[in-house]
Write a protein that binds this ligand. Sequence first.
Ligand SMILES: Nc1ncnc2c1ncn2[C@@H]1O[C@H](COP(=O)(O)OP(=O)(O)OP(=O)(O)O)[C@@H](O)[C@H]1O
Ligand SMILES: [Mg+2]
Length: 166
Amino acid sequence: MNGVDFLFVAKSTNEEITRNMGKKLGEKLKPGTVIALIGELGAGKTVFARGVAEGLGFTGIVNSPSFVLMNLYRGRMELYHFDFYRLEEEEELQELGLEEYFYAKGVAIVEWADKFPAALPVKRLEVEIVKDDRDLDNSRILYFKPRGGLDGFSCEELKKIAAPGF
Ligand SMILES: Nc1ncnc2c1ncn2[C@@H]1O[C@H](COP(=O)(O)OP(=O)(O)OP(=O)(O)O)[C@@H](O)[C@H]1O
Ligand SMILES: [Mg+2]
């Protein structure tokens, strides 16, 4: 919990609910926000990122940028979608010039962010998605963890984002 401002926990019982949480978050995002996604393979990180892109008004296809490392989507703001899964060395990140994207006019979202946490800004919204073992297929617990004094994501605000219903 080091550096986490507080913890907000939500439950999703299907893909649409997770995507809709991302969408409601995307509708609220301000320039320069960095979202760090954490969760095992198939947890729903890309599903969540898809919702964020949609909430930002992007209408195209959103997939894990595993091989290209970064996808750019243009909506109300630019969204930089990263995936650290295939990265082995932190030096490879330097080549990407992350700073340029993290402190920019757009929003960044990073899958497998826990692989290189030091490469991320201290101030970020971490979203950890955990499969619920009691329901092997569809249940997920989402842990929203604003870090480093991030503004705009109070408990009340996260409640609206995570509220079920469309
Ligand atoms: N409640 C749920 N929320 C999100 N995805 C769900 C849920 N229930 C089932 N799923 C399924 O889980 C899968 C999530 O896949 P997704 O590609 O988003 O995972 P990921 O975390 O990005 O994995 P990877 O690490 O491989 O990139 C999808 O097939 C989706 O349909
Ligand atoms: Mg993915």
